[in-house]
Design a protein around this ligand. Structure first.
Ligand code: ZN
Length: 46
């Protein structure tokens, strides 16, 4: 705890929207899921 994921932008691709596919995105989504939160960051629609 102590890390505010809402203020992080960790996608490896560094594009306008997070890819939702790279290890960083997957880790981030997993963290939000475990906290029961919805990631406010926009993700590319696959
Ligand atoms: Zn990504």
């Amino acid at each position: 705890m102590g890390l505010d994921y809402r203020q992080t932008w960790t996608c490896y691709l560094g594009q306008e929207k997070a890819c939702g596919q790279c290890g960083s995105c997957v880790e981030r989504l997993d963290a939000f899921a475990k906290m029961g939160l919805t990631d406010p960051v926009p993700y590319v629609q696959i």
